[in-house]
Design a protein around this ligand. Structure first.
Ligand code: AMP
Length: 279
């Protein structure tokens, strides 16, 4: 098995760090699969809606460690008509997961302005400890980045078939589902909240082991270029250092897809989530 990663960036001012534009990663079973994978990644880097890039870096590494195979979170799709409705649904889910209103408000604000000090997008995710009510990522500018995850070809096929039935497949969902499945699969992780930073896409999701991966089609205004990810954890149940190590180093491969529910409308969920996700 090989890990193939791509990272594309653009220089800002002479003396500033390059700005991250896009990234992708795959687990490829044999060397033959590496060439087509590199081409797809390069196409993605050179045609990003955030504009032209100055550098594209690839890495290819053979994986010698154990590969953890897991089933993806169940998938729920929610259709709303604007960001107010989308944020309201996200708030309902987070409240049902016992995250307090003050924390939810603060988190949504970070996603709206960018989680890095000064209001910039981060390369990784914020880590929020609900027990101490503090952010615990070591680097508040970069956050923590989850890597070393992918899904098998068979699960990708199943996912696209299932989501196509409800007219809701796209490659963004594929990548985000794998990431969210890895992120939530650790003791003491309560949820992950995500809003895309890509100005051409206004969707996001709330993922949790309890409720599954709940996709929401609008979570910000069209053309807005700030977003991010926040992972909510409870430090009474989660060893934070081990979790950071897990996010970075443990290789996770999704080998089956959880239940795919029908599309829910905003009006159906405003009184609570009911039984949306079944595994
Ligand atoms: P995207 O879903 O690619 O629009 O990314 C939205 C935000 O999620 C980015 O601005 C990052 O803050 C964060 N993010 C993207 N990829 C990762 C990752 N692999 N691990 C942790 N956070 C990430």
């Amino acid at each position: 098995m090989y890990s193939v990663k791509m990272r594309a960036s653009r220089k800002t001012k002479e003396d500033e760090k390059p700005q991250h534009v896009s990234g992708a990663e795959r687990l490829i079973p044999s060397t033959g699969g590496i060439y087509p994978c590199l081409k797809l990644m390069l196409d993605r880097a050179l045609n990003h809606s955030l504009g032209p890039v100055d550098a594209v870096n690839f890495s290819i590494n053979k994986i010698d460690t154990e590969i953890n195979v897991i089933k993806s979170l169940p998938i729920v799709t929610v259709k709303v008509t604007n960001k107010q409705e989308g944020l309201h649904i996200a708030k309902i889910i987070l409240e049902e997961l016992n995250i307090n209103q003050e924390v939810i408000k603060k988190s949504m604000n970070w996603l709206a302005v960018g989680g890095a000090p000064g209001g910039y997008n981060m390369r990784g995710a914020m880590l929020f400890d609900i027990y101490t009510s503090r952010r615990v990522e070591d680097d508040p500018f970069g956050g923590v980045r989850a890597t070393n995850f992918d899904m098998t070809e068979a699960s990708e096929k199943k996912l696209s078939e299932e989501l196509n039935k409800i007219g809701a497949y796209n490659s963004r969902t594929r990548d985000a589902l794998v990431l969210a499945t890895k992120v939530c699969n650790f003791p003491g992780i309560i949820a992950e909240l995500c809003c895309a930073d890509d100005p051409s896409y206004s969707g996001g999701y709330v993922a949790s082991k309890q409720r599954g991966y709940i996709r929401i089609n609008h979570m910000k205004s069209p053309d807005h270029n700030r977003g991010g990810r926040i992972i909510f954890l409870d430090s009474r149940k989660c060893n934070i250092e081990q979790y950071k190590h897990y996010l970075k180093n443990t290789v996770v491969q999704v080998n089956d897809i959880g239940n795919v529910s029908r599309v829910y409308l905003y009006e159906e969920l405003t009184n609570g989530l009911m039984e949306t996700a079944e595994n």
